[in-house]
Design a binder for this molecule. Sequence first.
Ligand SMILES: Nc1ncnc2c1ncn2[C@@H]1O[C@H](COP(=O)(O)OP(=O)(O)OP(=O)(O)O)[C@@H](O)[C@H]1O
Length: 287
Amino acid sequence: MNPATAEPILETPAIRTSASRSPFPAPDQAPLLSLREVEAFIGGSRILRGVDLDIEAGEVVALMGRNGVGKTTTLKVITGLLPLRGGSLMFGGRPFDRLSPDARARAGIGYVPQGRDIFPHLTVEENLHIGLIVHRRGGGSVRDALDRVFSLFPVLKEMLSRKGGVLSGGQQQQLAIGRALLTEPRLLILDEPTEGIQPSIIDHIGDTLRRLKNEPVRREPRYDEEVQSAIKTLKKEGRLAILLVEQYVDFCRDVADRFYAMDRGAVVVSGPIAALTDEVVRKHLQV
Ligand SMILES: Nc1ncnc2c1ncn2[C@@H]1O[C@H](COP(=O)(O)OP(=O)(O)OP(=O)(O)O)[C@@H](O)[C@H]1O
């Protein structure tokens, strides 16, 4: 079944459950990633309250929701930065909640956290080398892996000797994604890839003109088109799945196959991206 087209939208608590799936399906039939009834605490506070989420190989899934509902916490549980306190977590059909964050990275989970986490005092080239040496998987050549990153993000090739800290927000994002891709992940996790990216000059000019004409300034999302088009290219290649925490609805509608919307530590709606209607946005996502 293609989840992008065949799956109806469901309101939780009974979000899409897999009645036909046994709790431990054969690895080759299982989703790439599967969270069931996941619970997590920060300090004494219960932050995740039974999160259910599946990602199939090759698909792009948007995890959405208002501020503070538990999206980043969900990613931290997946990557092992926060312990699972209840429920199950499977990757490639096998439980993996006991693995260290490092072992999860080696198993194929690439993570680009919010704020990007590049090394500002190292050059672009040195930042990329960290991706190559730390967790490199797969048998492909380093040259091919680098060429793939440079074809997705040509600006990185031009800026190899610049320090990471002098790049623009959008370029740092491209560097962080490029570095994660060099580890050849099976699942790439991106936490708010559009966050903190400066409005483009074109948008700025547009705003100024509108102000001059006394028209309201557009408050449309502004995001990095390179990141958007890279996600679409990666999706076409189908070599990895992407889990994306993102607040811009248009961005998600453009790149994602499916979405999950969270509220107060649980998934409240999920479905194919076509089901992310304006009503769903108003009810579950708008502030
Ligand atoms: N280090 C922490 N200590 C205490 N509470 C925390 C901590 N980190 C997160 N929380 C709380 O956990 C809840 C979920 O936070 P989380 O960062 O997962 O939300 P989010 O959906 O990713 O939102 P945002 O878009 O604002 O990042 C919030 O109520 C937040 O206040």
